[in-house]
Ligand binder design. Structure first.
Ligand code: M6R
Length: 364
């Protein structure tokens, strides 16, 4: 069942080229999304939809945040997101013109479930996404897209996270298609998304290099992940993965927020994992890294191109394939997952069973 791997988490990280393929299978035709699950709300999406609200917890929230960045960049749709435990108590502004998207791997997370119940009462349409057929959240939704990525045993979400991002991007594209706002940019992202398994294959070939780098970070007590835009959503997930299975205090910030407080923490005992954007924000990120280096913090940079300037200022360097900016959270995921996994193992912990955590959170 672990197929020769030591842990389920390791197996699930490594099977992402296949699991993403199966999640996307049959769902893209000629670079156009083909999500038949949304057909029953097609007229609503086309004629009545005014606002989208994503509701989720933990890793599923991070996947949702990537969709927010996508729709903000490539559409004029009004898109919001909230952690389910806040959403349910905040008097969320949803109504009959709102599509609430509940993202839940297990389909049983109590806060997400209660969140959709409230939204439903207010008349919103509920679309959910889950990996467990027949689970409670899908049963209470108007439409369901199952992730089709195979069961995930490890408590730390890995392959379901990448499947969530991929499907949320397809849902975004499907919405834009129904609304006749399917731009060439979105079409291009969909066509690249269809081949994301090849990117995963490529990223996974750097496994040994990631292991070597991981060794340098085993004994730190704190670590900060920074990014901008899509890289920021990847940073949030990277930090969550590290804290939950290695118990290192890891936090994520938008790189531009550093000088508003967090940079005060940094010194030689506080390394930084920097996810460098591919687009125009790259230069800004390089100056953020220089500020970090001035505090003597060790830096791992994750970037898409051989850039001598970056190489010179950082301590460790991981290359990711050059892809669409929007796909950055996908390309980065196996790397931050492996990094956390390695550190957990080197600290003699069991990554499949992190202390104090359960695979699905069915009590508040
Ligand atoms: O089953 P769900 O997607 O609703 O679970 C939400 C979170 O509990 C979950 O994503 C959690 O953060 C991950 N297992 C962490 O790796």
């Amino acid at each position: 069942e672990k197929s020769g791997y030591d842990h389920f988490m390791e197996k699930e990280i490594n099977e992402q080229p296949q699991s993403i393929k199966s999640a996307l299978s049959g769902r893209i035709k000629n670079n156009v999304p083909n999500l038949v699950e949304l057909e029953n709300i097609k007229n609503f999406i086309k004629n009545d939809l005014k606002k989208i609200y994503i509701v989720a917890c933990g890793t599923s929230y991070h996947a949702g945040l990537s969709m927010v960045y996508l729709l903000n960049a490539y559409s004029d749709l009004d898109i919001n997101i909230e952690v389910a435990s806040e959403f349910r108590y905040m008097n969320p502004h949803v109504d009959k013109n709102t599509l609430v998207i509940a993202v839940s791997q297990s389909g049983e997370t109590i806060d997400t479930l209660e969140g959709i119940r409230i939204a439903k009462e207010k008349g919103a349409h509920i679309l959910s996404m889950s990996n467990v057929v027949g689970s409670t959240i899908p049963r209470e939704s108007n439409s369901v897209v199952y992730m089709n990525t195979g069961p995930e045993i490890g408590v730390a979400a890995t392959k379901t996270y990448t499947a969530q991002i991929a499907i949320l991007y397809l849902i975004s594209a499907q919405i834009l298609f129904y609304r006749e706002q399917y731009s060439t940019e979105i079409k291009n992202i969909v066509s690249k998304l269809e081949k994301i398994d090849e990117i995963f294959e490529e990223v996974l070939t750097t496994k040994e290099h990631i292991k070597e780098i991981s060794r340098q970070y085993v004994n730190y007590k704190n670590m900060m992940y920074v990014g901008r835009g899509f890289g920021y959503t990847a940073a949030l997930e990277g930090a969550l993965k590290l804290k939950e299975i290695s118990y290192i205090n890891a936090t994520a910030y938008q790189a531009g927020e550093l000088k508003h407080g967090p940079i005060a923490l940094l010194d030689e005992a506080f390394p930084v994992f920097a996810i460098i954007p591919f687009n125009g924000l790259k230069e800004k990120m390089i100056s953020n890294i220089m500020e970090i280096k001035a505090r003597k913090a060790r830096v791992i940079a994750l970037t898409s191109s051989e850039d001598e300037r970056i190489k010179e200022i950082v301590d460790d360097y991981i290359l990711v394939p050059n892809i669409e900016e929007a796909l950055l959270p996908l390309a980065v995921a196996p790397i931050t997952q492996l990094f956390s996994y390695n550190i957990s193992i080197l600290r003699h912990l069991d990554p499949d069973k992190p202390r104090n955590l359960a695979k699905s959170v069915t009590v508040e």
